[in-house]
Design a protein around this ligand. Structure first.
Ligand code: GDP
Ligand code: MN
Length: 393
């Protein structure tokens, strides 16, 4: 799960990581009120969406004139912001963060995540803050500094000194070396205690009066640990999530929306991945990842159908079931009843293998439903790709 910048900054403050004074607001009137309450010479108005690149897309406004704040807020609220991370459709701005501006001397990059290679929490830092870290990594990889933390030992101050020296902080500004190391420790504590999967501060700023401040904040959490953290759950913003993914979650379905036009319903995550691969190999694109799980029932199959059909791009449905724990004849019953209930007019290919597959295929063939029944994965994939779009919804 991702959260907004203002929420990340609330967490940072809780863990002793310095952030600018600010407040989340939803309209221009509140912006005026809050600007009046801030004691500063620079005001920053920031669009709150779950995507970076807002600065370049006009989502961050800076003014020295307090009276301009409500106008800038009015301009941003309700606007659809298109950044390099939102995709062409962009994201609607519903919330803003009004902050006191920082006087920037230097912008750094800092993040903490689990490195897949070492399996350890790893700090990533760079003197090239404010820029896309991917770009820095590509053009000047020597400017990306990593420090791996042994999870059994935890963060130690030598880890902090390693990073501080590799960044050249002592020669940039000696006075911030210790606050920097302390900040890293706090960030590590936040990461562990809140089961984060990634924390990113870009830019982490050294101000003209030599203090450190987190000017931006992005935190992602491990969904499987969210049940432990009601405070983090409360940060969830459904506006930022795909409506189909929200609905799938209600039915305990593992669904990820994609861009193609072949809807797939599969039991097991590995088979679901393989199914997407084979659809691509057959020349089409999957519209989704959907794992209905080991214990698929008529209800799960019906819920899966409904979700696939709500995606207007879908032109054909591919059901790929390997009966291990689940028995194929039960899936067949589920498909038959769910198709009648939901009323499917699209081409459907059902491939059944494993426990009671024969019986399942027979049931489907005799059901009178217009579904193609298959045994072989590759043939089934080619079949659905050939059939897609041949029938109207
Ligand atoms: P992002 O573009 O979505 O990553 O949004 P950021 O929060 O990182 O803001 C983008 C850029 O706006 C930063 O890199 C800064 O250069 C600038 N910026 C943000 N807040 C302030 C501020 O308080 N003072 C000044 N001078 N610049 C700021
Ligand atoms: Mn940023």
């Amino acid at each position: 799960m991702n959260i907004h910048e203002f929420q990340a900054k609330q967490l940072f403050a809780q863990f002793g990581i310095p952030v600018p004074k600010g407040k989340e607001i939803k309209n221009a009137r509140a912006a005026e009120k809050w600007a009046a309450a801030l004691d500063t010479s620079v005001y920053v108005v920031k669009a709150q969406i779950h995507a970076g690149g807002r600065g370049k897309a006009g989502g961050v406004k800076i003014t020295k004139n307090k009276d301009e704040v409500p106008g800038l807020a009015q301009e941003l609220i309700g606007k659809t912001l298109v950044t390099h991370q939102t995709g062409p459709k962009g994201r609607k701005v519903r919330r803003l963060l009004i902050e006191e501006g920082a006087r920037i001397d230097k912008e750094l990059y800092l993040s903490l995540l689990v490195d897949r290679d070492t399996g350890c929490p790893t700090f990533i830092a760079s003197t090239e803050g404010g820029m896309e870290i991917e770009e820095v990594a590509e053009k000047t990889p020597e400017k990306v500094i990593k420090e791996t933390i042994d999870p059994a030992v935890g963060f130690q101050s030598y880890n902090g000194r390693n990073l501080a020296f590799a960044l050249g902080l002592p020669s940039i500004e000696k006075a911030i070396v210790n606050p920097f190391i302390q900040m890293l420790g706090n960030l590590y504590r936040l990461f562990l205690e809140k089961d984060a999967s990634m924390v990113e501060i870009n830019p982490l700023v050294i101000t003209t009066d030599k203090t450190l401040i987190a000017l931006d904040g992005k935190v992602s959490f491990d969904d499987n640990a969210l049940f432990k953290h009601p405070d983090i759950q409360a940060f969830r913003d459904l506006h930022e999530e795909d409506p189909l993914e929200i609905e799938a979650e209600k039915h305990n379905l593992n669904y990820v929306k994609l861009d193609g036009d072949i809807g797939c319903m599969v039991n097991g995550a590995g088979l679901a991945m393989a199914t997407m691969d084979v659809i691509k190999l057959a020349g089409a694109e999957p519209s989704n990842f959907l794992d209905v799980g080991g214990g698929a029932t008529k209800e799960t199959v019906a819920a899966g159908f409904r979700i696939l059909l709500k995606d207007k791009k879908v032109k054909g449905i591919f059901i790929n079931i390997f009966g291990g724990i689940v028995r194929c004849e039960r899936i067949a019953h589920g498909v038959i009843e769910a198709s009648k209930e939901v009323g499917i007019k699209l081409p459907v290919v059902v491939r059944l293998q494993g426990t009671n597959a024969e019986e399942g295929r027979k049931l489907l063939k005799e059901s009178g439903l217009k579904v193609e029944v298959a045994t072989d994965l590759w043939e089934a994939a080619q079949q659905i790709v050939a059939m897609k779009g041949k029938k109207k919804r």
